[in-house]
Design a binder for this molecule. Structure first.
Ligand code: GTP
Ligand code: MG
Length: 197
């Protein structure tokens, strides 16, 4: 897919204020600092479109970006950030889960997983919740440039094995690097395939 335009539309804390659900949308979610905002900038090839930071907890709102005037990328706050209060965590749970569960134009949840890490309980639990809700999702392993491809493959295989304990079929997955553009074509092709249907 050729990306001609990618523009910021709005940031929200309330599901009731989101853009009308008239265009297909793809939500990017995962642990704080996993690289959601960086991946969005990499996919759109627009540096600074989504705000990134070395400090976890940068993205705090539901951010809509319109691509090619046809579909939305949604950047979400990360989960599992240890240094936020219990109240804030509960807020996160409520408003993000409410968004994911209720958004009728949501086509697929892109669950980002740090390819450097062994399977993390919080990621597996989040995938299980998506499964319980019947929400379609794929796994996007990030930061593949940070270690050897052998190590990445091992971690991907471990995560797939772990997720198979609750899912009959492992979800589709992509390996990416926002530094090298690795995996960009595959992710965009996947999105294009859904948009064409
Ligand atoms: P929150 O909004 O805080 O939840 O974080 P996020 O998931 O949006 O992460 P963000 O894109 O802000 O990236 C976090 C840090 O990881 C930044 O310092 C990025 O430069 C770095 N980073 C993200 N993706 C990659 C990648 O593919 N390779 C490398 N080397 N660094 C990356
Ligand atoms: Mg972010």
């Amino acid at each position: 897919m050729n990306i001609k335009t990618a523009d910021f539309v709005c940031s929200n804390t309330q599901v009731s204020r989101l853009p009308l659900p008239l265009k297909p949308e793809f939500a990017f979610i995962g642990r704080s600092n996993v690289g959601k905002s960086s991946l969005i900038n990499m996919l759109t090839q627009k540096k600074g479109l989504a705000k990134t930071s070395q400090t976890p907890g940068k993205t705090q709102l539901i951010n809509h970006f319109l691509v090619n005037e046809q579909w939305y990328i949604v950047d979400l706050p990360g989960y599992g950030y240890a240094r936020i209060s219990k109240n804030k965590k509960e807020d996160w749970n409520k408003f993000i889960r409410n968004y994911l569960d209720k958004r009728e134009s949501l086509q697929c949840v892109m669950v980002l997983i740090d390819s450097r890490l062994e399977p993390q309980k919080i990621d597996l639990e989040f995938c299980n919740w998506l499964g319980e809700k019947g929400l379609p999702f794929v796994l996007v392993f990030t930061k593949a440039d940070k270690q050897s491809s052998i190590k990445t493959d091992q971690n991907v295989a471990k995560f797939r094995r772990a997720i198979m304990s609750t899912f009959e079929e492992a979800p589709q997955h992509f390996v990416t690097s926002s530094e090298t553009l690795y995996g960009r074509d595959e992710v965009l092709e996947f999105i294009d395939g859904i948009n064409r249907n």
